[in-house]
Write a protein that binds this ligand. Structure first.
Ligand code: FAD
Ligand code: NA7
Length: 541
């Protein structure tokens, strides 16, 4: 057999979304290192490459869903509306890649399948499905936290004669107009795709297991004057974003709902409803919706009253109305509830009539009804956060497999690094911040590449967090999470959306400002939370 060529390189970056793109820019352009970016998609974009479904929209406002590291880039950017659609974000990321001449560092259409650490040389060997092998001192994983798709195993799915689609692997250029479409799943993605497809499908059936609370997104055109004003204020805007909790570009409320009258609560909720945005509704109205069940219920009751006002058929409204805590990733939509007033749109409540099987003709529910379909859309989410890591053969010191380390629950130090896995870094790994994600991604990439720079400067051969540091960070994340209402509800935020996956705390819910302060402290201490090994001192000279 032909011998495999091994390419020696400083760093391997896995993924070409926001994280991978910026990591390659930092390492290659600013630190002058040799870097290969490995991406299984056919081009850059990550989330925005894969999720091409109709209606795909960022629900972070346009002015803060972007990089901020380059003021010239910020000044040159422009946008038409208060939110960016998937094609606009994909175009933006391609433009960034070209602007910094990054395409030549990436290999697209290639999946990294294993990464194995050699303690003697402090080098990682990365293998890919194309047969290419790289030996590198550092790995930066930017594999995405909402990237490994989840398709439920429904009996008979292979018998379906029509088209099966997942929103997270949407083919280009598919036309669903005049088709009978069934959509399974009603999270952020399901609400977006249903709202969009309701306008074109001949008939649309939405299969909902757990209805969720959704508020209007508030998408509107943005004037040139407003953009100019935003550009003038970039410094203040980004200072605010980076010192805030959720980093969405609005001031978070400091007033608990429990401190005001019911009338005042309704007034504030109404004004937030008119303004739009899910995170704003949860964190910009009052300060205690995420921690106080009574305040949370006040918000939930308000949204329920809006559903009742919006949806004309009471039986349909009932099926769409959530009960219980408002404690998943807060959703917003562009006319989701209104969609159900259309004659061509129906809802099936799966808690009342679960899916029993899929046949050649469609979906059969356990009341015996066959819902005839041409297309089934899975809007059933992702094996979030650790999913893409577990797919790879990742072996650290002593041959330790990442899945063995993460057997109980995935852990990390700062969502960035793991004990037993030296010189191996994660962007948005387990227990990273829960925010508008681009500012967190940028923060982490800068911190990781600074650490790599420090290691190079100080003759460090390997660096990994100490076990105590990992334990302490895990405890911090757990304590904060358990003080919130989010911990009381099953969702992907806690790994509680995948059958067989052990639920656990997967995020640092302490806010980006506090997170950045912690990162600063660790760097300023000379990385004292890390175990460091130095290169042998050269005897020459
Ligand atoms: P990704 O963009 O997920 O990129 C990871 C890349 O790694 C992928 O392209 C994947 O193919 C590649 N990859 C993974 N494993 C391998 C491997 N082994 N080998 C090779 N390549 C690999 N966040 C917000 O803050 N605001 C929003 O409004 C928002 N909206 C969203 C809407 C949708 C539909 C989805 C799915 C996510 C949304 N997110 C949003 C989260 C979004 O994922 C992040 O904002 C951001 O795009 C993540 O960037 P990333 O680079 O970390 O990961
Ligand atoms: P989510 O938020 O995980 O939503 C997935 C939806 O799919 C949710 O309604 C699930 O119902 C439903 N689902 C999952 N499995 C099944 C089965 N087996 N049967 C019926 N329904 C099912 O994923 P999204 O893609 O919407 O959003 C993920 C994040 O990406 C989002 O928060 C943004 O940050 C972008 P359940 O609630 O589990 O009953």
């Amino acid at each position: 057999a032909a011998e495999t060529t091994v390419t020696e390189i400083d760093a391997v970056v896995i993924g070409a979304g926001f994280g991978g793109i910026y990591a390659v820019h930092r390492l290659a352009n600013e630190m002058n290192m040799s870097v290969i970016g490995i991406e299984k998609a056919g081009g850059p974009g990550g989330t925005w490459y894969w999720n091409r479904y109709p209606g795909a929209l960022s629900d972070t406002e346009s002015f803060v869903y972007r990089f901020s590291f380059d003021k010239d880039l910020l000044q040159e950017d422009t946008w038409d509306e208060s939110y960016l659609t998937q094609p606009e974000i994909l175009e933006y990321l391609n433009r960034v890649v070209d602007r910094y001449d990054l395409r030549r560092h990436f290999t697209f259409g290639v999946e990294a399948t294993s990464a194995v650490f050699d303690e003697n040389t402090s080098r990682w060997t990365v293998t890919t499905d194309s047969g290419a092998v790289y030996r590198a001192k550092y790995i930066v994983n930017a594999v995405g936290l909402l990237s490994k798709i989840n398709t439920p195993d429904i009996p008979g799915v292979d018998d379906f004669d029509g088209e099966l689609l997942h929103t997270g692997a949407w083919p280009e250029g598919i036309d669903l107009s005049q088709k009978r479409v069934g959509v399974i799943g009603s999270g952020s993605t399901g609400t977006q795709v249903v709202t969009a497809l309701g306008k074109v499908a001949s008939h649309l059936t939405h299969f909902i297991r757990t209805p969720q609370y959704s508020v209007p997104v508030g998408k509107r055109p943005v004037s040139d004057a407003e953009i100019a004003e935003t550009k003038r204020n970039f410094d203040a805007i980004w200072d605010q974003v980076y010192s805030s909790n959720v980093a969405f570009g609005f001031e978070e409320s400091t007033t608990p709902a429990s401190s005001v009258s019911e009338e005042e609560q309704r007034r504030v909720f109404q004004s937030a409803w008119e303004r739009g945005n899910g995170f704003h509704f949860m964190f910009g109205t009052f300060s205690d919706l995420a921690v106080d069940e009574e305040s949370n219920e006040a918000a939930a009751a308000f949204i329920r009253s809006k559903i009742a006002e919006t949806v004309t058929d009471p039986e349909t409204a009932r099926k769409l109305t959530p009960q219980g805590l408002y404690a998943r990733r807060p959703l917003c939509d562009d006319g989701f509830y209104q969609t159900f007033n259309q004659d061509n749109v129906d809802v099936v409540a799966l808690r009342e009539t679960p899916i029993s099987k899929i046949t050649a003709d469609g979906i059969v529910t356990d009341d015996g009804t066959l819902h005839e379909l041409d297309v089934i859309v899975f809007a059933t989410g992702f094996d979030a956060v650790d999913g893409n890591y577990r797919k790879m053969e990742i072996r650290g010191r002593g041959g330790k497999h990442i899945n063995d380390r993460w057997d109980g629950h995935p852990d990390s130090f700062l969502g960035i690094a793991s004990a037993e896995f030296p010189n191996w870094f994660m962007v948005l790994g387990p227990n990273g911040p829960f925010t508008n994600l681009v500012p967190s991604i940028q923060t982490q990439v800068e911190w990781i590449t600074d650490l790599i720079g420090y290691a190079e400067e100080h003759g460090i051969s390997s660096i990994e967090p100490k076990e105590e540091a990992v334990e302490e960070w895990t405890d911090t994340c757990t304590t904060i999470a358990n003080a919130t209402v989010f911990a009381k509800v099953d969702s992907w935020i806690f790994g509680a959306n995948i059958p067989g996956k052990k639920p656990s705390v997967l995020f640092y819910l302490g806010g980006l400002g506090n997170y950045r302060a912690k990162l600063d402290e660790v760097a300023k201490s000379g990385y004292s939370d890390f175990a460091i090994k130095y290169e042998p001192v050269s005897q020459s000279a």
